[in-house]
Each structure stands twice: as C-alpha cells, then as structure tokens.
Design a protein around this ligand. Structure first.
Ligand code: PLP
Length: 404
C-alpha cells in the first residue's frame, strides 16, 4: 500500500515505526501456499517483531508462533495464537519457564542440549505429565551468511550433533515423561542461498529415517527460519523452490513441515521514519544528525547491517555522501554511511527501509531515550499499536536508594 509518510510524521511524530499489514499478510500467504500439498505449519518467529498487533495479524491468517522466552509465549497467546501451534525454542530455559510452557500446553519445547532434556523431564515428572519435545540438531553446514547470524555450524552454541541427537531421542522415547514428537534445525539468518538449507534438510531427513527405523516416531519436521530479505540488492531464495527442496528431502516420510520465519514475514513491511535535526561538517566529512538512533534501530551498529535510507520529499541539489547518525554518545551510532543526499535541513524526513524485523524488538532506552511510537497501516488507515514512551515510563520501575 501507499504510505503517506509526511502525514504520519505530522500526526504521530518521529522517530516512528510504521508497518504495512497488507504486506505482512501477503508474505505469510506466499509462504504458506508454497507448502501446498504437504502438511505444514508456519510458526512466526516472534522475536523479529513482537508487537501484539503484529503477532495478531499472523494469528488471523492461521499462523503459529516460534518463541524464545516464556514472555514471548505469553505474548503469542495473548495475541490469539493457539497453544497447539506454539513452539518454545532457545538455548537456555529456566525451570520456571519450562514449567509454565508445559502448563500452557503448547505444541512442543525445542530442546538444545542433554542437560536441558533432563531438566524438561524432571519438570514434567513433577507435573506428572508427558512433555512434547523436539530436539534441535546442528547439521554442521555453512549457511554462507554473516558470522553473527550463523547458527548451524558446530562452532556455534546452538543444538546438538547428530550422534548426540540419536542418543537423546532414544532416551526420550524410553522416558515416561518425554514424548519426542519433533526434530528441528535452524542454520542461520538472512539466508540467500538455497543449497545449505536443502543440504541440512537432507541430513536431518536421513536422521528421521534412521529414528523411525528404531520406532522413534517423529511427526514434526521443523526447518527453522532464516529466509533472507532485501536490504540492498540481494537475490532471494524463491519461496516455491525453498518449499520444494524441503518436500523433496522428506519424500516418503509422513511429517508435518514446520517453518519459523521471522525476518521474511516482517522486515520489508516495516519503516523507520526519522526527522533531520541538522547537518554538520568535521573537516571534509559530512554528517546528517537525525532524531532516530542506535537505540531505535541497532542493526547498523551491531551487525554493520545496511538499510536503504530515502528522502520522503525529494529535494533539488547536488548529491554528496553523508553519514546519517543519531544523537547518542557513541561513534557507532549510525543508521547509514556515505548515503548520497542533497543538502538537508532541519525538519526534512528520511525513511529507513526494511525495518520491520529486529528493529523495535531490539530497541533500548540507552541515553534515557523513550522508545519510538509504532503504527500499523491497512486499507488506507493507520493506527497506533504502541504509544511513544514517556520519561515517566522510563523511570517507573526505579526507586531512589536513600541512606539514613
Ligand atoms: C531467530 C530464529 C528464527 C527466525 O529467524 P529469521 O532469520 O528472522 O527468520 C527462527 N527459529 C529460531 C530457532 C530462531 O532462533
């Protein structure tokens, strides 16, 4: 849909996150439809954008949720995701989180180590129930993405290797309190090549075959998330080819395909709108200082991630490179480097694109900056889905420690 950024800035102020719900629905349907002909469950990875209205948009489409904390599980439920479509993943879950997840009767807990499997068993025993689990297997394939967001190599902290996985499945099968219903892998994020995913799917499908042979009856084949999106000029994995590669890997096996896309569903449907405060020059170096900063969108600072930045209302004038930076007291506080812009002045609006994933969810209050307002747009209408924070919100949980 066409978004009137100027009008939104006037109405809601800046910095402002804007989400196009029509785009989000379209992406969900595209992926869901690609799995047609197979049993499938798309579980939106809530950590990408966990605003209740965003999760609810996917819930309306029939989506499940992939959660990495009990807080995310509760958000998903509150936003209307059915408990039997919720997966709880993550490398470190506390006993309390495991207990709550079991009591909430979610689809399965995704276990990442032997220790954790034993913890889940102990908690399930206390509750006198059988815990549905899947095991995250690390297939040791190189996803060819940024090392910070690569997770499928043995050198990464995630999952267990194939031999360990076999042992754990046998243990779980023989336990009164564990029901191993799923298998899981997730090799990384912002993947733009199909081969590593196809290779991992083959490896894991072979493992499923050998498990079925010893009567471990896996039902859910969880291929994780990681589908890449366009930030710059990336060539993306074709969704139909992606689905086909997975279908072909599990040929002959009776499995429900589960996938956990986060970024793919939300990144390109989100925008961060910011206002120019002023420009300055240090020697020959040009800086444009804006009212959004690394506390609003940390990806450029954290991963050197690139986001396209555009002027909302085009201006005349010669283009020259400028670093678009925030007001935070850190040299690493930038949104874009060497961006070609005409001379800008106070009040000009810039829009940072592809900001719908890992944008607001990674925002902080660093420098006592209130987090931005979030609005969602659909059918030509935009509504606030999270109010701009106030100074009072920021200090609400603090107490003055007074002596004497
Ligand atoms: C982060 C994560 C996802 C989502 O990753 P995207 O790159 O946003 O698709 C899915 N599954 C697991 C286990 C994750 O940790």
């Amino acid at each position: 849909m066409n978004i009137d950024f100027k009008k939104l800035a006037d109405e809601f102020g800046t910095p402002l996150y804007i989400y196009d719900l029509e785009f989000l629905r379209k992406r969900y349907k595209e992926l869901k439809n690609a799995f047609e002909g197979s049993k499938s469950l798309v579980c939106y990875a809530v950590k990408a954008n966990s605003n209740l209205s965003i999760i609810n948009t996917f819930a309306q489409e029939g989506s499940g949720a992939d959660c990495v904390s009990i807080g995310e599980v509760k958000r998903a439920l509150l936003a209307g995701i059915k408990p039997y479509k919720i997966i709880f993943s993550g490398v470190g879950k506390s006993d309390e989180e495991i207990k709550e997840a079991l009591e909430l009767k979610i689809l399965m807990i995704n276990v990442e180590s032997e220790e954790e499997l034993k913890r889940v068993e102990a908690v399930a025993k206390e509750l006198a129930i059988e815990a549905r689990i899947s095991i995250r297997v690390n297939p040791n394939v190189d996803p060819k993405t940024h090392p910070y967001i690569s997770t499928g190599l043995h050198e990464n902290k995630f999952g267990v290797d194939i031999d360990m996985a076999k042992r754990l499945y046998i243990y779980a099968k023989n336990s009164e309190y564990l029901d191993p219903v799923g298998i899981h892998f997730h090799i990384g994020s912002q993947l733009t090549r199909l081969e590593p995913i196809a290779e991992a799917a083959q490896i894991i499908a072979d493992l499923v075959r050998s498990l079925k042979a010893i009567n471990v009856d896996i039902k859910f084949f969880d291929v994780g998330g990681g589908l890449g999106v366009v930030y710059d000029d990336e060539v993306l994995i074709n969704t139909q080819e992606y689905a086909n590669a997975i279908k072909s890997a599990i040929k002959g096996l009776d499995l429900t395909i589960v996938c956990e896309p986060g970024r793919f569903l939300t990144a390109n449907g989100g925008y961060l709108l910011t206002k120019v405060l002023y420009e300055k020059k240090n020697g020959n170096k040009r800086f444009t200082i804006v009212d959004a900063a690394m506390n609003d969108l940390v990806r450029p600072s954290l991963y050197k991630a690139y986001h396209k930045i555009e002027l909302v209302q085009p201006k005349e004038g010669e283009l020259s490179p400028t670093d678009i930076v925030g007001p935070i007291c850190e040299s690493g506080d930038f949104l874009g480097k060497n961006v070609l812009m005409p001379k800008l002045e106070s009040g000009d609006l810039l829009v940072v694109k592809s900001a719908g994933a890992y944008g607001f969810t990674m925002a902080s209050n660093y420098n006592t900056r209130p987090r931005a307002c979030e609005v969602a747009c659909e059918n030509g209408e935009c509504r606030v889905i999270r109010k701009r924070e106030t100074f009072d919100d920021l200090i609400a949980a603090e107490r003055l420690y007074l002596k004497g």
